[in-house]
Design a protein around this ligand. Structure first.
Ligand SMILES: [Zn+2]
Length: 404
């Protein structure tokens, strides 16, 4: 797979349905959408992909992954560089097959791991270029006082090495406010965004963080903030107001806790949204000790936001696509001329059906088809079924019976 996005051959996606119901042709040139027209109106300059029976969506992005521990459930989490590199690659490819064409990966630095895990993740990111965009968040443990000196030095090294984002968990430091201040200082010096872990059950701490983050231009994300859901509503609303006015994005994890967090709750998504907080949803743990059944599937996160948190399918999908991309500092995607060709096609004809069930998926990254999954279901030809007027075989996905 060539590195340069611009050498992707022209691609015509024909007969795709958009979320607004229109059925269109989409011509892609290089890494961008060149034209969108009514179905049958555009000529293929190169390859053509028949997307009749598919819904075409802006691709999701994964704002909160833990590749260092991914796929270690049931076994020891080896920290050997080659194991971390392999697991990072496998996890990123799995998440790509689900539709996430960009991924933010939290990676521990300092302590006994030094910079080995980060180096392995950055290696994997380089070898995945052209397939998916992986950015590493450096996650130090203690940053303040004498005990924090080593990790602070490692964190500086991590940024030099190519960690694109500065992260960590202020709750674990003896001086959480000092920790946040240190991270923001370093991020400002290097013009990097900040992405911190917190349970969010200490309103005073969150208020302080919001005050420090206000006006920080590269952007501040906070997650998973499950503890906010345990606060009395009036306290949570006040805290949400402060996060909103500081333009802090909350990355919630509807599928369960991530490493380092044990809370199974999800942050109060509707309360945060009502206060004007930008809420993106990530997957968190992918089959590791904190969630052995984690799927890493953005559509499942969106499904849970719709089924458990009262978001409409559109709002739920935005949390894993448009808002997740914005949280990662990526340009927006609309299925319109001029936008990046970061797309996900799923079988079906509507967003609700796609969030209900979407096994079959086609993923486009930088103008190329990079992953394809298809599922077929067959029913046994038995006496019981023979009297029923039902298809015996068809695509597994909802919204459609058979179809092309
Ligand atoms: Zn996490």
């Amino acid at each position: 797979m060539p590195d340069s996005p611009s050498d992707a051959p022209a691609l015509l996606l024909s007969g795709a349905r958009l979320a607004d119901g229109r059925v269109v042709d989409v011509r892609i040139s290089g890494a961008r959408i060149e034209a969108v027209g009514t179905a049958g109106s555009l000529r293929a300059g190169g390859r053509r992909l028949d997307l009749r029976g598919h819904l075409l969506l802006p691709a999701p992005a994964e704002p909160h992954a833990h590749p260092g521990t991914a796929l270690t459930a049931g076994g020891p989490a080896s920290h050997r560089a080659e194991d971390v590199r392999r697991r990072t690659t496998e996890a990123a490819l799995l998440q790509l097959s689900h539709g996430a064409t960009a991924l933010r990966a939290h990676v521990r630095v300092g302590e006994d791991q030094g910079l080995g895990a980060l180096e392995a993740v950055l290696d994997a990111a380089r070898s995945l270029r052209g397939l998916t965009d992986l950015t590493a968040v450096a996650v130090p443990r203690i940053l303040t006082g004498v005990a924090g000196a080593d990790d602070l030095a490692r964190l500086r090294d991590a940024v030099e090495m190519g960690a694109g984002v500065i992260g960590g968990c202020p709750d674990l430091d003896p001086d959480p406010a000092g920790y946040v201040e240190t991270v923001l200082d370093l991020a400002a010096t290097h013009d990097r965004p900040v992405d911190l872990h917190t349970d969010g059950d200490d309103p005073a701490r969150l208020d302080g963080l919001a005050a420090m983050a206000r006006g920080f231009r590269p952007g501040v994300c906070l997650g998973p903030c499950a503890g906010l859901s345990r606060l009395p509503d009036e306290v949570a609303v006040r805290t949400a107001d402060r996060l909103a006015s500081a333009a802090v994005t909350v990355v919630c994890l509807p599928q369960g806790p991530c490493s380092g967090s044990s809370s199974r709750a999800t942050s109060p998504v509707r309360l945060l949204r009502a206060a004007g907080v930008r809420v993106a949803a990530g997957s968190g743990a992918l089959r590791d000790g904190s969630n052995p059944v984690g799927r890493g599937d953005p559509l499942e996160a969106a499904y849970l936001l719709a089924s458990q948190h009262g978001l409409t399918p559109r709002q739920a999908y935005d949390a894993v696509s448009a808002t997740a991309r914005a949280a990662l500092g990526l340009p927006g995607v609309h299925v319109e001329a001029g936008f990046p060709a970061e797309l996900l096609a799923v079988r079906g004809d509507g967003l609700a059906g796609a969030l209900s069930l979407a096994y079959s998926r086609i993923v486009v990254h930088r103008g190329r088809v990079v992953a394809r999954t298809s599922a077929v279901r067959e029913y046994r030809d038995s006496g019981a079924a023979s009297g029923l007027d039902l298809p015996r075989q068809g695509r597994v996905d909802s919204g459609h019976g058979g179809g092309p």
